[in-house]
Design a protein around this ligand. Structure first.
Ligand code: EPU
Length: 331
């Protein structure tokens, strides 16, 4: 059987192969594929592969949505509700919203991936998370059952949702329903963004999008040039008392308050303190401008990136006693 190369379906640029690759253009086509038994187990539904690390060939079926229609469901003086196909490229959707003057996703400009995966992953950046603009998520499961999950049912938290939990890999997102605002209550708390916009008088959605794009381009590698999956690790959340103990030893440690008992620490800082910034192991490296990102320097296999990730985790554990967890999903 001829295998299918996934090189263009994972942003690490790893040349792994799947037994089968199926794309569908509509919900009806997905339902037909299910009914006709085309989706042979094991299977994995992917978006752009911007948050995946293939450690080996995938001996099964890879599924990919090309559902791209966008429907305006309702509109009033304050907001619009949109039904957006899971296969839309995320940043094209952000651009569409900004052009229409609809607020709620502009800080999430240039995040790689597609709309369906954005809702699974609860993407976030510059003080904004996608969950705050989602009304509901429409799905079809492997038995052909359609179900819409209201946002409250999606169990959203930092880089987490119900759809990432065990057993939910048989549930495929078909559409995401969004509510976007017409107001100009922008989210500009994030220091780097506020600084980039400091000289603007009447800030527009376009200004915000452009500033976010500039910041991201200055810090994060372009996957087309240097294979990567954005943040490789999540920023760890620790108890406030543990953080205060660390702060006594490392007074410069950066942090974000989460709640009375918890603090989030930038993994980038922990990794840099361990001396990993810009260092490589085989063909994989810790990116020089943002140590939260691991890159394929060319010719890496999944195992190289796994090995580097583990070495970084071990250093952070030894120096700070903190377990940093991958944000990227290992396959
Ligand atoms: N830092 C260092 N050294 C560095 C870079 C950063 O010590 O070389 C420290 C600094 O203290 C800095 C802090 O890390 O203030 C935070 O860095 P940054 O603002 O770049 O954000 P981040 O915590 O590294 C998170 C998200 C990004 C998102 C940015 C902006 C996670 C895992 N990552 O990164 O998301 O774009 O905030 O909001 O939460 C992604 O998920 O792929 C992603 C890129």
């Amino acid at each position: 059987m001829k295998k299918y190369s996934l090189r263009n379906h994972n942003t690490f640029g790893l040349n792994v192969f799947a037994d089968r690759f199926i794309e569908y253009d509509s919900e009806a086509e997905l339902l037909r594929l299910i009914e006709e038994g085309e989706i042979i187990s094991p299977y994995l539904h992917i978006g752009r592969g911007s948050n995946l690390l293939f450690t080996k060939d995938y001996e099964g079926t890879i599924l990919h949505s090309r559902i791209k229609d966008i429907t305006l469901l309702s509109e009033d003086g304050d907001s619009v509700c949109l039904r957006v196909g899971a296969g839309n490229v995320w940043d094209e959707f952000v651009c569409y919203c900004v052009e229409h003057g609809w607020q709620g996703v502009e800080n999430l400009s240039l995040i790689p991936g597609e709309v369906g995966a954005a809702a699974v992953q609860n993407i976030g950046a510059y003080g904004m998370e996608v969950k705050d603009s989602i009304i509901s998520v429409e799905t079809v499961d492997i038995s052909g059952r359609r179900k819409t999950y209201a946002v409250e049912e999606c169990d959203y938290s930092y880089r987490h949702s119900l759809f990432k939990t065990a057993g939910m890999n048989s549930v495929f997102v078909t559409y995401v329903n969004f509510r976007l605002k017409k107001s100009s209550h922008y989210v500009l708390d994030y220091a780097a963004l506020a600084k980039a916009l400091a000289s603007h008088c009447n800030i527009t959605l376009c200004d915000i999008r452009e500033a976010v794009i500039r910041i991201r381009q200055s810090k994060l590698p372009d996957p087309k040039v240097l294979g990567n999956a954005g943040s490789f690790f999540m920023n760890p959340i620790v108890s406030r008392s543990y953080f205060e103990d660390l702060q006594r030893v490392y007074p410069a440690i950066p942090y974000y308050d989460i709640d009375a008992g918890h603090v989030k620490i930038p993994a980038a800082w922990l990794i840099e303190q361990c001396g990993w910034k810009g260092k490589s192991l085989g063909h994989a490296a810790v990116y020089e401008n943002q140590p939260l990102v691991l890159v394929n320097q060319g010719g890496a296999v999944g195992a190289d990136i796994v090995r580097l990730g583990q070495a970084v985790q071990k250093s952070v554990k030894e120096k700070f006693g903190i377990d940093i967890q991958p944000e990227v999903m290992y396959i």
